[in-house]
Design a protein around this ligand. Structure first.
Ligand code: UN1
Length: 504
């Protein structure tokens, strides 16, 4: 029987209003994974009110005890890892091995933050006056509204939810509709870990209801931090909305992530890196490779080897041993098909057909059930003003261009104006450091993939990739707490800062 899913607010299922939505299996588009009831803006705002109430109590729970709840979340996710990963594979077509890795990333995040419950350090700061003490405290922000994409339907939400809850906030989580079943399964594991009702709420809503609901909640003062992962266009709108309410959101947006290949690079490694970064997850990571910027002296060799590697990579059933499965959802497939029209006559497609794999697929993809499978595409001869060079395509497509000096490579790498991830393949440490200094990205890999960040380094971007906010590790604490400064004068007299400074 198909799953019937509705929002959960204050621990209760909210079945009206419920606009019907079907989450489908992208490997078999006739198969419904869940019937989802999408709710409206008023219900979104109601969830924020419930969260606000629950948050006051939750903030009073000692942080080490909150850390124990996070530890239980980690244990429960670990115990249910295979079931959760299978569901992710079924719902968004992510190969099972990758889905299991994604679930692992939740456990890693819990491992990191359960200990933070015993730290959450503040500071003592010297005063300019005698008999006066200065302190800082981390204070929870209040309610976090978390709006997430479906390409990482469980790991990326946990990057927000785990630290937000650990810090003493409540959360209203609005996942992508097309990943509703995966989100609901993760929500249930959080709830089973002993979170009080109302501290975490799950709201299924479309974009319009979410925006209107957020606007309402921000006006009412029941949301204090918005976390958003998704496209640059929507992120801009979220940023504008938050700005009107004097809030700075945590924005994790798109990427056009470059890889530079220097003349001295290990080309086998570079090709393997390009294959994984460009085609892993069907190129649908925000950290996926966009353009390979290859030194002109190794361009012919690099493209020849990459073409061979791509030709032998299996695309198909995400339960099998494949590099990637179907695209996430029909909406994404349609958008990707539009990006394919950006391929220009001056480009050279090195890999054969570019569109949907419909029949007679040589790569072993199971096409009979309307799976959203697409050919891997490598486009050579990309120029810096091509749309394919400048914009994120979010599909299995990698562009290739050449450079002659490292300065030029850095300039090309920065040109699209995104700034999430980047990589350089080189055996020369000077090139690696010069690249790091010049690149505008928040993340730099040397001899490694643009994608696949570990869950305890700062994750985030600049420019069109975000507003400079960082997720993961201790850096995300600054998103979910605010610094409170305290001064305590025990001199018995009114000492005035700047006016009563002690003289030697
Ligand atoms: C995303 O696509 O939104 O670095 C996040 C990576 C993953 C996360 C990607 N750990 O590729």
């Amino acid at each position: 029987m198909t799953r019937q899913l509705v929002s959960v607010i204050g621990g209760k299922d909210i079945s009206s209003p419920a606009v019907p939505y079907k989450s489908i299996n992208p490997a078999r588009t006739g198969e419904i994974v869940a019937d989802v009831g999408l709710t409206d803006a008023e219900t979104f705002a109601a969830a924020c009110r419930v969260a606000r109430e629950a948050q006051r109590e939750w903030a009073r729970v000692p942080a080490p005890v909150r850390g124990r709840v996070i530890a239980s979340v980690g244990r429960l996710v670990e115990a249910n890892a295979e079931t959760l990963a299978r569901l992710v594979t079924e719902e968004i077509g992510k190969p099972y091995a990758e889905a299991l890795g994604e679930v692992r990333e939740i456990v890693d995040t819990c491992d990191f933050f359960l200990g933070e419950g015993r730290r959450l350090y503040g500071q003592t700061v010297p005063s300019e006056m005698p008999d006066k003490n200065l302190f800082t405290f981390r204070v929870p922000v209040g309610v976090a509204a978390i709006v997430t994409a479906g390409n990482f339907p469980v790991a990326v939400p946990s990057w927000y939810l785990v630290p937000a809850l650990l810090c003493g906030n409540a959360a209203v989580w609005k996942p992508a509709e097309y990943a509703a079943a995966s989100a609901h399964a993760l929500y249930r594991l959080f709830a089973a870990a002993g979170l009080p009702e109302g501290v975490l709420n799950l709201v299924f809503a479309d974009g319009e209801a979410t925006f209107a609901g957020l606007d309402l909640a921000l006006t009412e003062g029941t949301v204090h931090k918005v976390g958003f992962t998704g496209s640059t266009a929507v992120g801009r709108a979220v940023g504008e909305l938050c700005g009107r309410h004097l809030q700075s959101p945590c924005l994790e947006l798109g990427g056009k992530n470059p890889m530079v290949v220097t003349p001295d690079a290990d080309l086998d490694l570079a090709v393997e890196g390009a294959l994984f970064a460009g085609f892993g997850t069907a190129g649908q990571r925000c950290t996926s490779l966009g353009t390979a910027i290859v030194h002109e002296s190794v361009h012919a060799e690099f493209t020849a080897r990459l073409t061979v590697a791509v030709a032998s990579a299996a695309v198909g059933d995400p339960n099998g041993d494949v590099i990637y499965g179907p695209l996430l959802d029909t909406r994404f497939a349609e958008r990707y098909e539009d990006y394919l029209t950006w391929i220009q006559p001056h480009h050279t497609v090195l890999t054969g057909p570019t569109g949907r794999i419909t029949s007679g697929n040589p790569r072993g993809a199971f096409t009979g059930d309307g799976g959203l499978y697409y050919h891997p595409v490598v486009v050579d001869g990309v120029r810096p003003d091509d749309r394919i060079f400048l914009e994120e395509t979010f599909g299995p497509l990698v562009g290739v261009t050449t450079y002659s000096t490292l300065e030029e490579a850095v300039e090309l790498a920065n040109r699209p104006g995104y700034g999430l991830s980047s990589s350089i393949y080189t055996t020369d440490p000077r090139s690696a450091f010069r690249f790091r200094e010049g690149i505008g990205a928040g993340m730099v890999s040397v001899n490694n993939s643009t994608s696949g960040a570990e869950a305890h380094l700062p994750f985030g971007g600049n420019g069109k990739s975000g507003n400079g906010s960082r997720q993961s590790g201790m850096w995300v604490l600054d998103q979910f707490t605010r610094w409170q400064a305290m001064n305590w004068d025990h001199s018995g007299r009114l000492q005035k800062a700047q006016m009563d400074v002690a003289e030697i």
